[in-house]
Design a protein around this ligand. Structure first.
Ligand code: TYD
Ligand code: MG
Length: 442
């Protein structure tokens, strides 16, 4: 059916087989179930449950461990989602390659063993160990059978959309296959205490594996984001039953795999000469980590009637709002100008504290006056042109100080916690945009 009779949306209907093959499927499903060796569970008193065995497994990749909340949890199921070419296969192959003591079964339904070997050699510079087993198989029952024989300490499935089970009649990648296979793998994970890492494709509208089927089943959902044309990738935790979801890690894609960027600020502020206008540095926080990032703006006289406004990595509507504030509250004639905004490094920012740096970059380009490259900004800009306080300002100031910035501009309404003292950085408090202009562009 093209159109949904209930809500009127087009192409929203998904075919799903509910009835399984009557005679065959019982045996196939039974086969899968017998492979799992699950006994009927009995109720246990909460205080009698043994948790000492629930130790975290180290995987030799500090950034991923941090996102997971300190390592892999036994019997947990983790889903990594992301657009094609973002580096999901690279990351999940890199983990076992850099961790020789972990016996891993890497199941691929997408690449041949030869392809995987070529990639693995590049990722490990030719130092392959023999604890990483590759299985190119898409039938779930066979995968479980092999897993039972090999007894791996980690299973990687690349990708869940290519795996199918005999027990379900629909084609691989359909909602019922994906859900059934994931549920079967989850039962294996819990029964054998083996962590399972699933790779999931993202559909065009950005959801993981169709209508959120997997996100409910798994324990941890990690999302790989970034612009595939840029080198930087962000791994973000969007669900975690064993840790915080406010974590993120930055990776850089190199010709020998993903490199952990443990100090993002140093990478995101390219070194350039002092005298460039239209650049301002923002002290932002994403997740729980502060880092400094460069905002670039270009303001020029519009050649045609309607001026162009475009922003890369920043919300265009928010930029238009800031332009309207500058026009109305501070009297800058920007309505006849083209305005382009770019966030360095191909990242997307949505921290309101970036407002002030955006405003400064726009004004700097408009006046063609430079801002010192040793100045950072952290404040929100309100609709009446006031400069508003932001959260965790001490952390932002500390990060800017650590990186050798000399001045940071914050809101004069921001209360700095008593006891935090900054010796090497000058903290300048500003109340509104006219005051900011007096300080910056005298
Ligand atoms: P891949 O992990 O195959 O992406 P996914 O599984 O998410 O679809 O990554 C593919 C991209 O990564 C590809 O465009 C090339 C790039 N790449 C490198 O730049 N260096 C490398 O060492 C590897 C393995 C991949
Ligand atoms: Mg892949």
């Amino acid at each position: 059916m093209g159109k949904c009779p209930a809500c009127g949306a087009w192409n929203a209907m998904v075919e799903e087989t509910v009835v399984t093959k009557s005679n065959n499927s019982a045996s196939a499903g039974g086969r899968a179930r017998s492979l799992l060796d699950i006994e009927n569970p009995r109720p246990v008193a909460l205080k009698d449950i043994d948790v000492t065995a629930q130790s975290r497994i180290r995987i030799g990749n500090e950034e991923v461990e941090r996102i997971l909340g300190g390592g892999l949890v036994e019997g947990s199921m983790i889903l990594i989602g992301g657009e094609p070419g973002i580096g999901k296969s690279t990351l999940s192959l890199q983990i076992p390659l850099h961790c020789p003591e972990l016996r891993t079964l890497y199941v691929s339904g997408e690449e041949s063993p030869r392809q995987i070997k070529l990639r693995a050699e590049r990722l490990s510079n030719g130092n392959l160990h023999d604890n990483c087993l590759i299985l190119c198989e898409t039938l779930l029952e066979n995968i479980l059978q092999q897993a039972k024989q090999v007894q791996p300490q980690l299973i990687v499935i690349d990708s869940i959309q290519t795996i199918y089970s005999e027990a379900v009649e629909s084609s691989p990648g359909s909602v019922s296959q994906v859900r059934e296979c994931a549920a079967m793998l989850l039962r294996y994970a819990k029964a054998s205490n083996t962590p399972v890492l699933l790779i999931g494709h993202i559909t065009k509208d950005g959801t993981l594996a169709g209508p959120k089927v997997l996100e409910h089943i798994v324990d941890v959902v990690l999302q790989f984001e970034g612009d595939t044309r840029h080198a930087y990738r962000i791994l973000r935790s969007i669900k975690n039953r064993f840790g915080s979801t406010a974590e993120l890690a930055i990776f850089e894609m190199r010709n020998n795999g993903l490199r952990e960027v443990s100090n993002p600020s140093e990478m995101l502020i390219p070194s350039h000469s002092e005298n460039l206008s239209g650049i301002a540095i923002s002290a932002m926080i994403d997740g729980t980590r502060p880092f400094l990032i460069e905002m670039q703006a270009l303001v020029s006289t519009a050649a045609y009637g309607t001026p162009q406004r475009s922003a890369t990595g920043f919300d265009t509507r928010r930029m238009n709002m800031l332009l309207a504030v500058l026009e109305k509250r501070a009297g800058f004639k920007l309505s006849a100008k083209d305005v382009f905004l770019n966030v360095a490094g191909g990242l997307r920012v949505n921290d309101p504290a970036c407002d002030l740096a955006v405003v400064c970059a726009i004004l700097s380009s408009n006046f063609d006056l430079t801002i010192s490259s040793k100045a950072a900004f952290a404040a929100e800009v309100g609709l009446s042109g006031e400069i508003r306080p932001v959260s965790q300002v001490e952390q932002r100031i500390a990060e800017a100080e650590r990186l050798g910035f000399e001045t940071i501009y914050i809101s004069s309404f921001n209360q700095i916690q008593a006891g935090s003292r900054f010796k090497r950085i000058r903290v300048v408090e500003v109340a509104d945009i006219p005051e900011l202009c007096r300080l910056l562009f005298r």
